[in-house]
Design a protein around this ligand. Structure first.
Ligand code: LMR
Length: 394
């Protein structure tokens, strides 16, 4: 039977991990997978998380199951983090999921269950795995214009024109902040215009919030998600704790559904809980427990926010350093857009052939579409990257 299986195309981002591991050049630079690295190139366990782990190790007396939807304390703490304090419990249904990817998958499963045949409008470009999961679930996707390669900003007019083709109950996938792979987000005016067209068409926004706190700070990064949640009748939010708590391998995420009609809340909660049971039964708890402890303890939370702020500031200063180094190396200011982007990612205007040359000739690894993970840089690698870019004539 297994001989009937076809080989699957490996994920282009995850392929880089294996390629990089096999490269013995000491000066190799990893700008591939979206994992935060500090100035020494390490991805350490955050101080606040380590302390929560210590406390948990002392206090935890049982590993028995918690709840199919996940620990209610985790769901509440994350709801407050994402939506702020003003939301009523009655209008939100939620499940804990294995990572942000689990939340994205369960969000698509929910929409397939609620509205078979609904299409998902996806920004062009978007995270490759969005498209892969949608294809796997046989959900029709419709790309909408998002990134303008000449300005490196969001093509608001193109986006709104394409979203005018939405039909009732179609879903619009957006990145709540720190767009992956471009680093370009709409401004608040752009978000408001998006909300208007989505509401006028009777469509449903689904927000992927994987980098909360990596852009301009926790509150600023949540602003678009909160505006959408306040003004749209139904909203799906897939939030990840992988990056902002640095707990990648613990697989910690949440799917929140926010609805104005509280009469459908219990049905939605029951559908979400059912989806967890069908997929993996109880969601992972360890990472969720650490997140809850950090968010609910004043001292741990303050320390976590300080650590997160330091990570964010480091990425912003690396952007400025890189733009300056590229200006010096190429004699052109056309890379200034890097400083206007937020989060881990931006794209260089490279062809796939140039990406290969950067890898083969300079040991610099980036995604095939030219996406770089800014957090993969440090003081000693900014100049070599800029010189390599100049040398291959980007
Ligand atoms: C990325 O985009 O690099 C991350 O979200 C990691 C992943 O799973 O692709």
């Amino acid at each position: 039977m297994l001989h009937l299986l076809a080989s699957q195309t490996p994920d282009p981002i995850l392929q880089l991990i294996a390629q990089l591991a096999g490269d013995t050049r000491a000066h190799k630079i990893d700008l591939g997978v979206g994992v935060y690295k500090d100035a020494t190139g390490a991805t350490p366990v955050m101080r606040s998380v380590k302390e929560a782990e210590r406390l948990l190790w002392q206090a935890e007396t049982s590993k028995t199951y918690v709840a199919l939807a996940g620990d209610p304390a985790f769901l509440r703490a994350m709801q407050r983090l994402v939506l702020g304090d003003g939301f009523s419990q009655a209008s939100v249904a939620a499940i804990a999921t294995p990572g942000g990817t689990g939340a994205v998958r369960q969000g698509f499963e929910l929409l397939r269950m609620a509205r078979p045949g609904a299409r998902v409008f996806v920004p062009d470009p978007t995270w490759a795995n969005h498209l892969s999961i949608l294809k796997y679930l046989r959900i029709e996707t419709v790309p909408f214009r998002y990134h303008d390669p000449t300005t490196h900003a969001v093509d608001i007019a193109g986006m709104l024109a394409d979203l005018a083709n939405l039909r009732t109950d179609d879903v619009v996938l957006v990145h709540g902040c720190c767009h992956n792979p471009t680093g370009a987000d709409p401004d608040m005016e752009g978000w408001r215009a998006l909300i208007d067209v989505v509401n006028a068409r009777g469509a449903v926004p689904m927000i992927d919030l994987a980098y909360l706190g990596f852009g301009d700070g926790l509150e600023a990064d949540a602003a678009a998600t909160r505006a959408i949640s306040e003004r749209c009748p139904v909203v799906l939010i897939a939030a990840s704790c992988s990056k902002n708590f640095g707990i990648y391998r613990e697989r910690t995420g949440i799917l929140l559904t926010v609805m104005q009609d509280s009469a459908v809340r219990d049905r939605t909660q029951s559908a979400l809980t059912h989806l967890n049971r069908q997929a993996y039964s109880f969601p992972p708890d360890h990472g969720a427990r650490l997140v809850t402890m950090v968010l609910n303890d004043d001292a741990l939370r303050a320390d976590w926010q300080a650590e997160l702020d330091a990570m964010r500031s480091r990425m912003i200063s690396l952007r400025a350093l890189l733009a300056q180094a590229l200006e010096e190396a190429t004699g052109s200011d056309r890379f200034a857009y890097l400083t206007r982007h937020r989060g881990m990612f931006s794209r260089l205007d490279v062809t796939p052939g140039q990406v290969e040359r950067l890898r083969d000739e300079h040991a610099i690894y980036m995604a095939p579409d030219g996406r770089i993970n800014v957090a993969g840089l440090h003081a000693d690698t900014v100049a070599p990257l800029a010189h390599a870019v100049a040398r291959i004539g980007i």
